[in-house]
Design a protein around this ligand. Sequence first.
Ligand SMILES: [Zn+2]
Length: 366
Amino acid sequence: MRQTIDVIRQWIAHQWTVLKPWMLRQWQRFVPWFLRQWSLFKAWVNRMWHLWTDRDNRWLSLPCTVAALLVLLVSVKSCQGIVYNFTPECKILKLGYPIDEASALAAALNHEQVDSLIARGEHDTIAYPIINERYYIAGNFDRYLAFHKADTTGAPLGDIVAAVNVGIDRDPQESAVPCDTTMDRLMLVNRYHYLDEHHKPRKLKEFKKIFRYEEQQAAPVVVEAFEAMQQDCKKQTGAQLMVNSAYRSYKQQIGTYKHNPKGYAARAGFSEHQTGFAIDVTSLQHPMRWPFDTSKEGIWMREHCHEYGFILRYPKDRGHIMNYSYEPWHLRYVGKAAARQMHDEGITFDEYYAYYIEPHAKTQRH
Ligand SMILES: [Zn+2]
């Protein structure tokens, strides 16, 4: 360590010995140049003043002043032109982007992003439209372009943004991070966010016997919200909603995954059921998952669950881009405000979390 510091110190000292005379030389050149310019300027002002005060020649000072101003204007303009050549806008313009796109991109991107855009060396037709996408996050710009280039399905830009925000372009094995459990009912558990084996909900409550086949527990808010929802469902559809599965510990999930490794079960640590905020629901009339999907009560639950703070965690129309299977029975409790927002905006919890909750996104979104 000490040796390294010494080496660095010596290196800096050496650099300084080279740099110092160079700086001195520059300074010595600059001072006389500046003094010369200054005396020329002073002489010119003096001359103008004399012309102005000399009554017979006063008219002469006017064209001289105008000419001087013109020279000044032209030099400022040409300086601006030279400086503009080094601006991000001009660099982007040279790639073939129209002027409005180039200035919007220059305003939206940071230096590294501009550099990597230039390194692409051509006009990327999605660069401009992507920055205007509803859920665009500035930090993901390069990844959007890369993901779009690799995409062979012709996915719309909205889907490209959603997929990258959620992290589909990354390998879950390599990029999985621990779930932020301080988010409580908004904690995100998916293939990229996991819970450790010790995580357990702070409080669990039993579902009443009439709502489940075997004993089931969940966070107390979930049990209460479910009871309110099933009551209204019964009133309107006549069917009785039932909880098939709710809280599952890390250990239980190991068993669930073993029985169903390629199906709907997640690996232990990667299952939302460990949070205590997820429930699998069917009905007494349609206890099997698939007939439940198209049953009256299944449809009612999909349309109304957000009014009770639930979301359908894996909806049908986003699975292709989010890389998951549709699960009409799996509800996640997130609270009424968040559930309503996701419902109204038509986004999944992963998208919502990436855009509205993740700390780095907060400063980078529109
Ligand atoms: Zn489930």
